[in-house]
Design a binder for this molecule. Structure first.
Ligand SMILES: [Zn+2]
Length: 247
């Protein structure tokens, strides 16, 4: 927020601007960006429901293209705080890894209120993750669901090397099916083999997608009836690009 404006005056400006917008549009909260700059909107119930899951996916991929090109949208984040305080209408729910290089809001160029991001090492699925996704679908109206793994993933490397420290074995056990899914011909099957690690990571995304559908009858029914779309993909830590499977 500008230090030049008292808070009430600032809020008055924002609310006044919002009142001028058509209800069908996402709410524009940053009208004062630099000349020629694209500005970011926040999602409303109307903007969320106007997007099909495929259109939402296109929106995220456009965001990734901007991120890679260094043309991410300008966001007045304090203004987005105010604009989203009354509720959230995210266009996607994403399960991704905790890796510090893979923040989905950044790499997909999204702002506050745009996406749910469930982050856990190795983007594995457990009951808490399933509950989070069910909340997104049933309560928040989200219709696009993604699992995004990434290259050079430490959790996958830990699984490949069968790390036994602390609580890691429980995580390794969740990733084990993905290790087994990669053909035995791929050798050596350790963290030293970067190609193997990335193949396991991709298999792990597919396994997590399967776990979502098998572990949540709620999400399964929504997916089977076409009300939600579940897709997988991989983020490349060297290029910044997200590749969606089977697209
Ligand atoms: Zn990772």
């Amino acid at each position: 927020m500008s230090p030049m404006l008292p808070q009430r005056a600032y809020l008055g400006l924002v609310l006044g601007a919002l009142a001028l917008l058509p209800a069908c549009c996402a709410t524009r909260v940053h009208a004062a960006a630099g000349v020629g700059a694209k500005t970011a909107d926040v999602q409303t119930k109307e903007s969320q429901s106007a997007l099909s899951p495929r259109q939402a996916l296109d929106r995220l991929m456009q965001g990734n293209a901007r991120f890679c090109a260094g043309t991410s949208m300008q966001r007045d984040l304090p203004a987005q705080v105010h604009a989203t305080a009354g509720g959230q209408f995210p266009i996607a729910a994403i399960v991704s890894c905790m890796d510090s290089r893979t923040s989905c809001e950044l790499v997909l160029d999204q702002g506050l209120g745009d996406i749910f991001n469930v982050r856990v090492a190795g983007n594995v699925i457990d009951d808490d993750v399933l509950a989070s996704l069910e909340y997104a679908a049933k309560v928040a109206g989200t219709r696009l669901f993604l699992v995004i793994g990434h290259s050079s993933c430490g959790a996958i490397k830990a699984a490949a090397d069968n790390v036994t420290m602390g609580n890691v074995p429980a995580l390794v056990a969740r990733i084990k099916p993905a290790l087994d899914a990669v053909p035995a011909s791929e050798q050596p099957r350790t963290s030293k083999n970067h190609e193997f690690v990335d193949h396991v990571a991709a298999a792990n995304v597919r396994h997590s997608m399967q776990q979502i559908l098998e572990g949540s009858p709620v999400l399964r029914e929504l997916a089977d009836s076409g009300q939600i779309l579940l897709v997988g993909g991989m983020y490349d830590v060297e290029t910044g690009r997200v590749e969606i499977f089977d697209r």
